[in-house]
Write a protein that binds this ligand. Structure first.
Ligand SMILES: [Zn+2]
Length: 126
């Protein structure tokens, strides 16, 4: 996977800094892409289900077995979560389609809706 704009390789760690798997912002050139990956919504629901189940087991285990269970299990969850992230990255890099959405589109028929509100973070520091 590469940024089409600046040819920067899109690494696993770069994708980890994105708030959602449906959007990607290049750290180098700030180009914003919409990421369409087939089945991504279903996959995310599945992941959410797995995380929810593991959390329930964690809560239950903490109550009944205490920290000797909970801490290794927490590490297990983190490992599983990391594994899922790696799988997702591989899946997106193979199946994902990156569509540039930050307004720098070339002349084309495609009508770009104005749903993209400019993100401005100039809140005054207090
Ligand atoms: Zn770029």
């Amino acid at each position: 996977m590469k940024c089409e704009n600046c040819e920067t390789k899109i690494t696993f760690w770069m994708t980890q800094r994105q708030p959602t798997p449906f959007r990607f912002k290049c750290a180098t050139c700030k180009a914003v892409y919409r990421v369409s990956t087939p089945g991504m919504a279903v996959i995310l629901l599945g992941v959410l289900g797995v995380v929810l189940c593991l959390s329930l087991v964690l809560g239950f285990g903490w109550e009944t077995l205490g920290a000797y269970f909970a801490i290794p299990f927490l590490l297990f969850i983190l490992a599983v979560g990391f594994g899922i992230e790696v799988l997702l990255y591989n899946y997106i890099s193979m199946n994902g389609q990156f569509t540039r959405v930050d307004g720098l589109d070339e002349e084309g028929e495609e009508s770009v809706s104005k749903e993209e509100t400019e993100e401005e973070n100039d809140e005054a520091p207090h």
